[in-house]
Design a protein around this ligand. Structure first.
Ligand SMILES: NC(=O)C1=CN([C@@H]2O[C@H](COP(=O)(O)OP(=O)(O)OC[C@H]3O[C@@H](n4cnc5c(N)ncnc54)[C@H](OP(=O)(O)O)[C@@H]3O)[C@@H](O)[C@H]2O)C=CC1
Ligand SMILES: O=C(O)[C@@H]1CCC=N1
Length: 265
């Protein structure tokens, strides 16, 4: 089992908990998790309810910021006793490296990270960009931690982060929405809730697994379903019309990317 470095995780909600579950499965060294609610943790991991309770002698190699962006500025000053020898991995949506530098100071090594919730299963997709004071060793450490919960893309420029966030950070929500809507349409067209739910869920699950296990492009997999002159083609022609999915998805990604940019500071 991989030996991942000691971490201090601040905030253990949807995203923090997804990453933690993934890391625990991969063999995380001692960690301290700051979470204001109850939390079952296997030994030697330690749960505390506030930053004031973090053991002073604890020397985390990485500090993960996984609270909501609006909650971060209030907490960051209380992390000073542990930041000196650590690299910060900020999961905060939108908050850019300039904002992080203003919070932690010029010299603090900070990596901006945008994961997604399938990290819980080791199937995450994380986009990453490092600040100027991050050492190669710390980049490797961040890479090891993030690869333990899925795929990692180091961005060439921080400018790519807003669109990367809109596609992959937010992306699971679009896929779950598709499952929701398939179920809803099935019900509207007369199927029982139970049947519509089963058809919708298993189709999304099976298609994602097929894509993940195939060397073929998604377009080829789609074409393998849509027999020319057959049934699927009729539906795909509706969806692929430039005014349908191409347009609405493009608008949706732009709206999310714009929001990410707005949240930089
Ligand atoms: N959800 C997702 O899919 C993704 C989220 N992100 C980013 O991850 C971050 C967290 O999002 P998400 O997990 O969805 O949000 P949640 O609200 O589920 O989690 C945030 C957690 O931080 C906790 N927290 C806040 N302040 C403190 C504090 N002082 N001490 C300890 N814990 C604290 C909250 O506790 P409490 O409930 O008590 O307020 C909560 O449990 C955000 O910055 C978001 O942009 C990034 C990628 C994907
Ligand atoms: O919606 C959000 O703001 C966060 C960032 C990406 C996914 N969830």
């Amino acid at each position: 089992m991989a030996n991942l470095p000691s971490i201090l995780l601040i905030g253990c909600g949807h995203m923090g908990h997804a990453m933690l579950k993934g890391w625990l499965k991969k063999g995380l060294e001692t960690s301290v998790i700051v979470h204001r609610h109850t939390l079952e943790l296997p030994s030697p991991h330690q749960h505390v309810q506030s930053t004031a309770e973090i053991p002073k002698a604890f020397k985390p190699k990485a500090i993960i910021l996984a609270m909501k962006p609006a909650q971060a500025a209030e907490i960051i000053p209380s992390l000073a006793p542990w930041t000196k020898e650590a690299v910060i991995l900020s999961v905060l949506g939108g908050r850019d490296l300039t904002w992080l530098k203003n919070q932690f100071g010029d010299q603090q090594p900070v990596v901006r990270v945008m994961p997604n919730t399938p990290s819980e299963l080791g199937l995450g997709m994380t986009s990453v960009v490092a600040g100027p004071t991050v050492t190669d060793q710390q980049k490797q450490l961040a890479d090891d931690l993030l690869h333990a919960v899925g795929e990692v893309a180091w961005l060439d420029s921080e400018k790519e982060m807003d669109v990367a966030t809109a596609i992959a950070g937010c992306g699971p929500a679009y896929i779950f929405l598709l499952a929701e809507l398939l179920q809803k349409v099935g019900e509207e067209k007369g199927l029982s809730t139970e049947l519509a739910r089963l058809l919708a869920r298993q189709t999304v699950v099976g298609s994602a697994a097929l894509l993940g296990n195939s060397s073929q492009e998604s377009e080829a997999l789609r074409k393998a379903v849509a027999t020319p002159g057959g049934i699927t083609e009729r539906a795909v022609n509706v969806l692929i019309d430039s005014k349908a999915w191409p347009d609405s998805l493009s608008k949706a990604i732009q709206a999310a990317a714009d929001r990410s940019k707005e949240m930089a500071s």
